[in-house]
Design a binder for this molecule. Sequence first.
Ligand code: SAM
Length: 467
Amino acid sequence: MNDDKTALPKAFAKRMRRLLGGEYDSFVASYEEERQYGLRRNPLKGSEEEFDRVIPFPLEKISWAREGYYYDAEFRPGRHVLHEAGAYYIQEPSAMAVAEVLEPKPGERILDLCAAPGGKSTQIAGKMQGRGLLVANEVIGDRARVLSQNVERMGIANCVVCSEKPERMSARFPLFFDRVLVDAPCSGEGMFRKDEAAGEEWSPEAVERCAERQAMILEEAAKMVRPGGVLVYSTCTFSPEENEGTVSAFLRAHEEYYIEETVLENLFSPGRGDWIDAPAAGIEHTLRLWPHLIRGEGHYVARLRKRGQTPVEMTERETQGLTTENGKLCKLIENFLREELGIRASWLAEHSGRIVRFGDQIHLVPEEMPSLEGVKVLRPGLHLLTEKKNRFEPAHALAGTLCGKDTAKSKALTEEEAAAYLRGESLRCGEERGWTALFYEGYPLGFGKASGGQMKNHYPKGLRISF
Ligand code: SAM
């Protein structure tokens, strides 16, 4: 089944040899090298200077991703207090190119249709700077839950997490988004080095099945892009059927779309029109990321533009602060945020939306969000509070959106205290009383409730972790 020397599936190796010709040897040699590890700074939780000051291990910048860095695996940044505090997201370096190509802007409406576990959604959210609406959708329920957790860990307030099939999303959001990303399920050939098991599921038939599924997903995604909007398609595979093939077949059926050049054109290799029949015009402006040519795994990215224009008055969107039909509830919530949590006007000014109650849970739903009827929603926006018999408790997700300057009731923890907090332990404290936002090196960890010299732990049980 496998190519003896490289442990690559034989049929895959044979096809790559045919496609790459003289370049094949260096392609295959890259499988003998160690993979590259990447993490991405979270710009929603602090500046680059603050990040540089607190990161305790060496990092090296990734040239194609504004917030991306290589790290050395021995430092295990996934097992660090700063990871739990959402200071960064661990992401394969090549995967970071996709959101750069999408070029999200603050204030836009953006859909990530195949979003779990959330690498690209969280990167997009960073570029939106908390303004506008991000809808992150993942069809598989368990994966959508992990996505939702990552959205919360990264302190993203303006993201709605759904778990729907693409056709149900397109029925609910026709022509709604400025940008749509399809990071498609694929045969994963570009990940054989990162994840050895990926090769075991590969077969030529799987490639065909993936191409069919990608065509279906793109078809639905296209219905949700507004005239003049952008549709980005990406995979982590090499097969021409799933890359240039899928894009070209889509464009044959959709004259209203065309391929656009990308901001990363000079850094990567061009799409290969010569590897398929009937390539679409401009296919050389799609991007191939090769593990033997760059420091990252295999990827493919295409950026398409929908012809036409949406009137400017429909794209200029203004924020309106906290709103709700129930004025009394809105007042109660604002009072709780200000008085019991010490949240300052600066946070309230930056977090606008509709206050919506789902049972005893109170969320801040992004202003742009239309009705979600008929859509399975895991997270309708920022989870603000839980209502408990005439009182409120702050939701853990709210803590993730706070910076030190946002609250008058905060406490800085030492590394030891932070680790104890993440394990679920109570902490000793001084004179503090009531709800307190806990920070480590300026990054938010969660809430505690202080009384009589003890800080009761409110870190959610399901997230508790020991290092
Ligand atoms: N964008 C993600 C990230 O950066 O973390 C990775 C997405 S992964 C490449 C593709 C996702 O598509 C998977 O989470 C998978 O569950 C989902 N998927 C599988 N079948 C699908 C389908 N028929 N329609 C939409 N999404 C599907």
